[in-house]
Design a protein around this ligand. Structure first.
Ligand SMILES: Nc1ncnc2c1ncn2[C@@H]1O[C@H](COP(=O)(O)OP(=O)(O)OP(=O)(O)O)[C@@H](O)[C@H]1O
Ligand SMILES: [Mg+2]
Length: 385
């Protein structure tokens, strides 16, 4: 018998209304689902497109309950949310994907590392550092990386220390410390797993970071050996299977100089390293996530065209109403796809949008991406300081 669905397909409750949520809603509309967003900002990127918004914080238990009452399935676009309330809702029979258990494992970076170690997933050696001290760090040995157990993102909550002299930079919060990895490359792999257990994996992408440890240019697919790519995909799939995860996951990894693959961390959601999939792959990460949580067949992850992606960050030293400089010059380059997130205020390094450049020759795509970065600036209007 052929499958049958009511239309709209489902009502989705999305916790978090940033750019990931915005792009998820665009995919939901295509797929015939509706979204209600929960976010404290009534001008957030996602709520501009959502069917409805609940203006509330990510730890507002009453608002999350209200959201749950209004929808068929709950999902999220950020980790720093109230997992306990999600756990109670699950206990009452509500569908929450990824599950609160998966979210709790990932929210605490120490628990996440312990999960990786317990499942024989290669990751850098680590110890708990709930009370960071010079003695403990010395004993573990430098160079090391300290990571706050909770609340870090975009490199905040991470302190890289090459020698004991840099202990001054340590974070005075419950943490883990791990070996500094001499990485040849940083790559990421998106893995989708559906409520039916179907798994689809995207080709690895390569991330290049700037001095602020933010993603600078992304190359898709990564320029790595096919054997390394296959090993990385195997490890990424194993990670998501071990988690029993449902939805899409971004698995961030290091490739060491001798070609070893180590998992850095897992994001239980759509990921900055997958934005190019909108144009460059048959099924984009946002639609794939929705297919996964709605129990629909997953789409092909095949690459249609190599791509480079750059984040458009707010210019340093400028805060206020955004002003787009160099837009025409940027749009004149063939292969450029512009995505702006609808944020009405820019501030230094804020993610305001991204550009994906398609080119059959990935080196050309990378060169165009470097050029685009010199051409386009998102600053603030002068009289808006
Ligand atoms: N063990 C390590 N060895 C070397 N570099 C590391 C290590 N751990 C983290 N880093 C560097 O710090 C960056 C940020 O670390 P991580 O991804 O764990 O933190 P995050 O705050 O969750 O970042 P994001 O939100 O950007 O993913 C990594 O992308 C990598 O460049
Ligand atoms: Mg990271």
């Amino acid at each position: 018998m052929s499958s049958s669905h009511s239309y709209p397909l489902a009502k989705i409750g999305l916790i978090g209304g940033g750019q990931l949520g915005r792009m998820t809603i665009k995919a939901a509309k295509r797929l015939g689902a509706t979204c209600t967003v929960l976010d404290p900002d009534d001008h957030c990127p996602a709520c501009q497109l959502a069917a409805k918004q609940l203006v509330a914080g990510y730890y507002d238990a009453d608002a999350i309950r209200q959201l749950s009452n209004e929808v068929d399935v709950l999902t999220f676009e950020l980790e720093d949310i109230d997992a306990d309330t999600l756990a109670s809702l699950e206990a009452e029979g509500k569908a929450v994907y990824p599950s609160s258990a998966v979210l709790k494992t990932i929210q605490d970076k120490l628990v996440q590392k312990q999960f990786l170690a317990a499942n024989d997933i290669p990751t850098s050696e680590f110890i708990e550092a709930n009370e960071p001290s010079a003695e403990l760090f010395e004993q573990f040995g430098y160079p090391l990386v300290q990571k706050a157990r909770r609340g870090g993102y975009d490199g905040r909550g991470v302190a890289i220390m090459k020698t004991a002299d840099s202990f001054d930079k340590h974070l005075p919060v419950p943490s883990l410390i791990e070996r500094f990895v001499k990485a040849d490359k940083e790559i990421a792999i998106l893995v989708a797993r559906s409520t039916k257990g179907e798994v689809k994996t995207y080709p690895p992408v390569e991330m290049v970071f700037n001095d602020e440890n933010m993603l600078d240019i992304l190359l898709a697919p990564a320029l790595i050996l096919e054997t390394v790519a296959q090993e990385a995909q195997r490890i990424a799939e194993k990670t998501v299977e071990a988690l029993n995860g449902v939805g899409i996951f971004g698995v961030e990894m290091f490739v060491t100089e001798d070609g070893q693959v180590l998992v850095n961390e897992i994001a239980p959601r759509t990921h900055n390293s997958g934005h190019h999939t909108i144009e460059a792959n048959i099924t984009d990460q946002f639609e794939q996530h929705l297919r996964a949580i709605l129990g629909l067949p997953l789409g092909s992850t095949e690459t249609l065209c190599p791509a480079a992606m750059v984040n458009l960050l707010g210019a340093p030293g400028e805060t206020g109403k955004p002003e787009l400089r160099g837009l025409d010059e940027t749009l004149s380059i063939s292969g450029v796809n512009l995505h702006l997130y609808g944020k009405n205020k820019t501030s230094p390094y804020r993610k305001m949008g991204h550009i994906t450049i398609l080119d059959k020759d990935i080196k050309q795509a990378a060169e165009k991406a470097a050029l685009v970065k010199t051409l386009i600036t998102i600053g603030a209007e002068k009289n808006d300081e």
